[in-house]
Design a binder for this molecule. Sequence first.
Ligand SMILES: C[S@@+](CC[C@H](N)C(=O)[O-])C[C@H]1O[C@@H](n2cnc3c(N)ncnc32)[C@H](O)[C@@H]1O
Ligand SMILES: [Zn+2]
Ligand SMILES: [Zn+2]
Length: 471
Amino acid sequence: MQELDTIITGDALKILKTLPDDFANCVVCSPPFWSLRAYHTEPQIWDEPPFPCEHDWGETIHTLQHKSGETNPGLEAYQKEKGASDEVGGQFCSKCGAWRGELGQEPSFKQYVRHLLTIFDEVYRVLKPTGTCFVELGDTYASGTRDKTGYDPTRSLNSKEGKNCKGWHIQPNRLTNELPQKCLCNIPFRFAIGMTENGWIQRNTLIWHKLNCLPQSCKDRFTVDFTYIFFFVKSQKYYFEQQFEPLSSSTIPRMSRAISDNHKWSDGAEGQTVHSLSKPRPNRKMAGTLYGGDGTGLHEHSGYYDKDGTPRFYLQGRNKRCVWSLPTKSFPGAHYATFNKELITPMILAGCPQFICKKCGKIREKVVKTVGGTIGQSWHDHTNDSEKGMMGRGGIPDKGEYQRIDNGYTDCGCNAGFDSGIVLDPFCGAGTTCVVAKELGRHYVGIELNPDYVAMGEERLMNTVQQMRLV
Ligand SMILES: C[S@@+](CC[C@H](N)C(=O)[O-])C[C@H]1O[C@@H](n2cnc3c(N)ncnc32)[C@H](O)[C@@H]1O
Ligand SMILES: [Zn+2]
Ligand SMILES: [Zn+2]
């Protein structure tokens, strides 16, 4: 049996192969991006043929990293301490074409995407049929024409002894001749399309809008201040607890305004179904007069307020949207940007159940009670969601008179106790996913190749346990 609540040291692909089928409820991860930075992991051998080969590793194709001092003092200090040079590289076997190197340092982004997809084939097997999978990926630009050895500083833009005008080493493995110079590689989308071709169902493309993104020196394009997070599932019916966010400040005043039967959008804009905000409704302030309230000839029950002025809408929440604006936060000690804890909290809350019956395996779902009136047509009644094949359920507002409130959980009646779902991060770095899973009462399993990061993750987890005891 696989031990839970642990970080396993090793290569994601190799370790995943040792995990059982249908094991994890939710995967949250950020693999190394292509050609961005080296993590000083043991090189892996990729694309091996089905027959044995005594590999003959050819010339090293260097993939120098830019000096990250300006953006990442932690990494520079780490490299110094380890005596690691900036030089990272990989080699092809001259006999079988296999490649030896770190994930992310492939000479071609197509090769990198292929390696990632191989890993996610294994993630697919390990994920439960009702599981969810969130993958963060950033993009990069093609920056030139690469020669056969992959490295020729004299040919690179602004190069002086292999450094660009900022004194950073250039990144020759971005010098791809697969695309014209300056062209965005579209790596995240190549990956997402590959995933769907391999059987994954893509449910969302989320945007992590980075509020404190670093200034970029470019003057001939816009500054990129986001990365993508893809949300995949294995089957149509999967576990998902709906997440809410506050209504935008303009929605409440809009809802308060009356809309007459003759309003231009009251039957919906041409070719569209009527939007609930445009449905005829009485003016709240005119309730009880000829111009408002029930019985005015306006559509019955379509207003957002009862005639006594009780709001019928759910003040706190609308379904959480796809652009998540949050700062990047570097965890002190980490040599690179770690996940922001707030970024992954909704993924784990939505995608990983907290209570699973130890006997029958049924997931407890939140029961949401409404107070302050009945649900109007404007709000979907979630009472029979499970019967209808939906697994999501409402949320918990904490303001407003008309509310949905948390009313405990469903219970299968087995009385056998509950266990929580398992969150898996195959590139767990400094262990942010594991820490958040722990804080949210979920099991976790992390995989990380660099033992220094494993140690860092374990220390953070120990501190998390101590903090949780204090609360
Ligand atoms: C972008 S970082 C993940 C950061 C993590 N989300 C956090 O919050 O700390 C990617 C991680 O993948 C690790 N890694 C690289 N190649 C790997 C491999 N083949 N197997 C497992 N981990 C690997 C790197 O060492 C690095 O820690
Ligand atoms: Zn070989
Ligand atoms: Zn049960």
